[in-house]
Design a protein around this ligand. Structure first.
Ligand code: ZN
Length: 363
């Protein structure tokens, strides 16, 4: 069926989608935060009223600075310090994504943030995997098909990246798809963690790097050319290397050309970028230009709790801002699946047997 109608929110929710950039500690249900605080004895929450707490996360994350935004994670990480809590959060994340029509997801988190109350790094990874497996099973029982993998992050400001990279390799056949570094970009260039990236490359492991969010082209260049990142977490500042003249002619600099020529995926998170000030609004977000120039753009949520978003609501916002139709949404989705840290044959299986049939009814 050929339709020119504007995708509705409900259709966007049902359409098969792929999510590459979603933080496990940024996607809790507000009710779960309250319940886990109570069961684990965490007394630092600003309020234990579920609705109020949900609003508090949104407002705190809306403050405009990345550093402030990161403060909200003290609370989510604070309630995720037991195996039971980690498994519950992971299972619910998978369920929530499946409900939102996500068919493949990579959930990322930094294991080192969950050892404050005695868990080992291995224990953290195993608990999260138990939760993911449980979430996939519960979704399947409801007739939803979702596969989820872990991405292990190291925090840029800590000095444990090599250790985390070793874990990513050790657990790669047990649910861990790859490695990432996260945390404040300014003052912590990716080259600080070069040993970890060399280790990943030496072991043919996959990794992405948060780069080009709050910080500019130098960070992107280091991530790709020094560290060997396969994807860019955000990467949105690559637009600084794209010049548009007064008569509308667009010219790409060398780095932007390289990123586009090599099809390096950009894990773009529109709402999160607006909250941290990396973009003024969704309508002014560089994703419009980058997609028009056919960079390998993917659409992501970053932190569903802090941004009060889902992958389908991100797409709805883009439809409103840029007038995207189903062909565009399918393009973003296939871009994401092509860029997943999953074996080639498995990626192809999802593209050919889940995504394309799903959009055939919509495009
Ligand atoms: Zn992120």
């Amino acid at each position: 069926m050929v339709t020119t109608s504007v995708p509705t929110r409900e259709e966007l929710r049902r359409a098969p989608k792929v999510l590459l950039h979603d933080h496990l500690d940024g996607g809790l249900r507000p009710r779960t935060v309250v319940e886990l605080a109570e069961s684990t004895g965490y007394d630092g929450l600003p309020t234990t009223d579920v609705d109020e707490l949900g609003r508090w996360f949104l407002e705190a994350a809306d403050s405009g600075s990345l550093e402030k935004y990161l403060e909200t994670f003290a609370h989510t990480c604070g309630v995720m310090q037991t195996e039971e809590a980690l498994a519950r959060v992971a299972a619910e994340a998978v369920e929530d994504l499946a409900d939102d029509g996500v068919v493949y997801a990579e959930l990322r988190y930094a294991p080192e943030l969950f050892v404050a109350r005695g868990l080992s790094l291995d224990g953290v990874i195993r608990a999260v995997q138990d939760g993911i497996t449980d979430g996939e099973r519960r979704a399947a029982a409801r007739g939803q098909r979702i596969q989820a993998r872990q991405l292990l992050c190291a925090m840029r400001q800590h000095a444990r990246a090599l250790e985390i990279a070793e874990l990513a390799v050790r657990y790669r056949d047990a649910g861990v798809a790859g490695f990432d570094i996260a945390g404040p970009e300014a003052g912590y260039p990716p080259t600080r963690n070069l040993d970890a990236f060399e280790y990943m490359r030496g072991n043919n492991g996959h990794f992405t790097i948060h780069a080009g969010e709050a910080f500019g082209l130098a960070s992107i260049w280091e991530a790709i050319q020094h560290c060997g990142a396969e994807r860019l977490g955000h990467g949105v500042r690559i637009v600084d290397d794209v010049k548009t003249s007064a008569d509308g002619e667009v010219q790409l600099g060398r780095l932007a050309s390289y990123v586009r020529d090599r099809r390096i995926p950009l894990e773009i998170c529109p709402s999160s970028n607006v909250q941290t000030g990396a973009a003024a609004s969704i309508a002014e977000h560089p994703i419009g230009l980058l997609a028009k120039l056919r960079f390998r753009v993917t659409v992501n949520t970053d932190n569903r709790l802090m941004s009060g978003c889902s992958l389908s609501s991100e797409f709805a916002a883009l439809v409103d801002a840029f007038g995207y139709g189903w062909a565009d949404i399918q393009w973003f989705t296939i871009n994401a699946m092509k860029s997943a840290f999953l074996d080639f044959d498995q990626r192809l299986d999802v593209i050919n047997n889940v995504i394309k049939p799903g959009y055939a009814e919509l495009v």
